[in-house]
Design a protein around this ligand. Structure first.
Ligand code: ACO
Length: 428
């Protein structure tokens, strides 16, 4: 007999099935709890609540394991390219040559944006935050492709719209960047390049520009590392919005907004700003560490800690290596890297960080790589989004195909005033 959990509330005991995942993780299915007992569960930050079943990404925060569709992140970072990983996440298997060509051909069809979208992009202030641009333009794309606004898309329509978003997001943020440099020339897609190589070319192309294969490989790896991370804040947002059957542009745009926050993807921008602050303050990392430990300061060590990784973030280890490669290749000596390394070493020795299992996360070193590539700090979170697009699309697709999907509508424990009579204004 499968395992069950008994819950006793007052004199009533109810019994619920325990669901087990393929990696042995367990969940009590409490979907009948309110109907049976009148009680709901309260789980601040949803730290103990599973919101769905998913076959896309497995992570074990205690052991520092991250796998996409069963493949370890280390192996994918070493052997795969980002487009291949995008296919894997979305369709569940690594593509064979034919499948990969079909996928790439579909993606390459979208090597420009509708003319109206370029006009919209041209209207943003030059100092607009790229996440504001990315999110609004992505939502705005839905206005140009009304065929995808209907409720239930066919398999072909989903394939098409996912390839389109995957391709066009790169165009949006590279065009945004070039415009901030006063260049509105549109750089054509380089089909002979990896996704990262094509993106680097779109960003920095000028006469005589060549794409350094080592640099584009390092960026491709970075994108792979960011591609999915199960039910994190932005992915859950994509699923919440998608669960109402809002269109995929709206769902992904909402994910971009969720990613923007400092406690999530916005941390990579915050890390760089923090490192710059430390440098401007004389480079003493102990001050920043002390401030992070002081609960009254309101300051946290950006790029440290993770909701689920309580041992180490496997992505951070790979990124640290990529960081050394990129800086070595470009011959960049970045004092911020030395500060980052000093800060990491000091924090890892400090009982405060040890006791709370706070380790560098994916964002701690990624910003230094972006900076070395010449990508401005404000664009870092948009770079994270560039990598996360396939994950959001895969999760959206999985959700739309799951017969168990319901509109997400949590409950609450009301703590406001009890019923009281209305008092006219002149009597208040
Ligand atoms: N610096 C200092 N103290 C920290 C930090 C930090 N970066 N992170 C957590 N803590 C402390 C908390 O103050 C708390 O201490 P307490 O137990 O004495 O009250 C304890 O560690 C647990 O912290 P919580 O906030 O409860 O942990 P939670 O799982 O909710 O938060 C989070 C995880 C948001 C990532 C947090 O560690 C943080 O704010 N980190 C800095 C921002 C960051 O790097 N975000 C990127 C995350 S990765 C990503 O989204 C891609």
């Amino acid at each position: 007999m499968s395992e069950t959990a008994k819950i006793t509330i007052g004199s009533k005991t109810v019994e619920y099935p325990i669901i087990q995942g393929t990696e042995g993780e367990k969940a009590i299915d409490i979907s009948k709890l309110r109907a049976d007992t009148g009680c709901i569960t309260l789980d601040n930050g949803l730290m103990n609540s599973g919101s769905c079943k998913s076959a896309i990404t497995f992570l074990d925060g205690e052991k520092g394991i991250l796998r996409y569709r069963g493949y370890s992140i280390d192996e994918l970072a070493e052997k795969a390219i980002f487009r291949e990983v995008a296919y894997l996440l979305i369709y569940g298997e690594l593509p064979n040559k034919k499948q990969f060509k079909e996928f790439c051909d579909r993606v390459h069809k979208y090597s420009s944006l509708p003319e109206g979208v370029y006009k919209i992009l041209d209207q943003y202030p030059l100092d607009a935050h790229p996440m504001a641009v990315a999110s609004s333009v992505l939502a705005g794309l839905s206005a140009f492709y009304p065929q995808y606004l209907k409720n239930d898309l066919s398999k072909e329509e989903k394939d098409e719209v996912m390839a389109q978003i995957f391709a066009q997001f790169k165009l949006i943020i590279s065009y945004y960047y070039r415009r901030t440099k006063g260049i509105t020339e549109r750089v054509p897609t380089r089909q002979d390049q990896t996704y990262a190589g094509d993106f680097i070319n779109m960003m920095f192309h000028k006469p005589g520009f060549t794409i350094d294969p080592e640099i584009s490989r390092a960026l491709d790896i970075l994108l792979i590392l960011h591609a999915d991370h199960e039910q994190n804040c932005s992915t859950s947002t994509v699923r919440v919005v998608g669960s109402s059957k809002a269109n995929v542009f709206a769902a992904v745009s909402a994910g971009i907004d969720a990613l923007w926050g400092q406690l999530h993807g916005g941390a990579n921008q915050a890390v760089l700003e923090m490192l710059e602050e430390v440098r401007n303050d004389g480079g003493d990392v102990t001050k920043a560490i002390a401030k992070a430990k002081d609960k009254n300061s309101g300051f946290r060590l950006m790029g440290f800690g993770h909701r689920v990784y309580k041992n180490f973030d496997p992505r951070a280890k790979i990124i640290k290596v990529a960081c050394d490669t990129v800086l070595g290749r470009l011959g960049v000596k970045d004092p911020l890297l030395d500060i980052a390394k000093g800060m990491e070493a000091a924090a890892l020795k400090d009982p405060y960080f040890k006791e709370r299992s706070l380790y560098p996360n994916v964002d701690f070193y990624s910003g230094i790589i972006y900076r070395a590539l010449g990508i401005p700090t404000e664009m870092f979170t948009a770079m994270f989004a560039l990598g996360r697009i396939p994950g959001w699309l895969a999760q959206w697709k999985e959700m739309t195909e799951d017969p168990m999907t319901k509109i997400v509508r949590p409950r609450q424990i009301y703590t406001g005033a009890n019923q009281r009579p209305f008092i006219p204004m002149d009597k208040r």
